[in-house]
Design a protein around this ligand. Structure first.
Ligand code: ADP
Ligand code: ADP
Ligand code: ZN
Length: 216
């Protein structure tokens, strides 16, 4: 199963991705997580990505594509993978298609998680992430049992610096301009499936899995 989760910031890609990779036993490849880890470690990649991320802009394609190519070449992708937050531009989508064609492993499905603008702002500004394990919560829609503490690992929850109202607006604009055209791109390939991401987390998960299960 080789899947892309497509959708605007805050659509629930990370949340659904976490659950999907558990169910289908495939690696979760989230480019945003890779960049945040690189920033934390102070690597060169992190240094190059940080300014773009802080401003709510996309990291340049050259940086992202090479990274994903390398990641897809690792052994654990033999059973498939779930890409979350990649591709985000047409150039990235074309580079991915080329890489997968070379490997002889075409995409199974592109799940487009559809959520309206107002809900996205509320989701992003209320998002909290675990410093320990990276799990995602929401202060209102998916709160931890104990305030600011991760249910899974006891780690501290924090707010991403790019989840401030102003940066969120910028990111949503960038999504509309640079990423939304991918919906038509994958529709043309006949592999796009759109789910209503405005429903609750369990309902969205059920819809995605019932679609993926009937493909298998
Ligand atoms: P993305 O990875 O697409 O940016 P996340 O999975 O991080 O999105 O979700 C953004 C925020 O919205 C998080 O705080 C998450 O807990 C919350 N969230 C995710 N899915 C839903 C949903 N179906 N209903 C309400 N809140 C949700
Ligand atoms: P969200 O789903 O909430 O937008 P991500 O964690 O996916 O957040 O991405 C955070 C930031 O990382 C993006 O705003 C962008 O700067 C950078 N980034 C992640 N993935 C990509 C990508 N495929 N191309 C360019 N930049 C990316
Ligand atoms: Zn945790």
């Amino acid at each position: 199963m080789r899947i892309i989760l497509l959708g605007p910031p805050g659509a629930g890609k990370g949340t659904q991705g976490e659950r999907l990779v558990k169910k289908y036993k495939i690696p979760h490849i989230a480019t945003g997580d890779i960049f945040r880890a690189a920033i934390k470690e102070g690597t060169e990649l992190g240094l190059m990505a940080k300014d773009y991320m802080d401003q709510g802009l996309l990291v340049p394609d050259e940086l992202v594509v090479g990274l994903v190519r390398e990641r897809l070449a690792e052994e654990d992708t033999a059973q498939g993978f779930l890409l979350d937050g990649f591709p985000r531009t047409l150039a990235q989508a074309e580079a991915l298609d080329a890489a997968l064609a070379e490997m002889g492993t075409p995409l199974t499905a592109v799940i487009n998680v559809d959520v309206g603008q107002d809900a996205l702002v509320e989701r992003l500004t209320g998002r909290r992430v675990c410093r320990g394990c990276g799990s995602t919560y929401h202060i209102k829609f998916n709160p931890p049992t104990v305030r600011s503490v991760c249910d899974k690992c006891g780690g501290e929850l924090y707010q991403r610096s790019d989840d401030s109202v102003d940066t969120v607006r910028q990111r949503l604009e960038v999504y509309r301009r640079q990423t939304e055209p991918l919906i038509a791109y994958y529709q043309k390939q006949g592999i796009l499936y759109t789910v209503d991401g405005s429903r609750d987390i369990d309902q969205v998960f059920a819809e995605i899995t019932s679609y993926l299960d009937q493909l298998a």
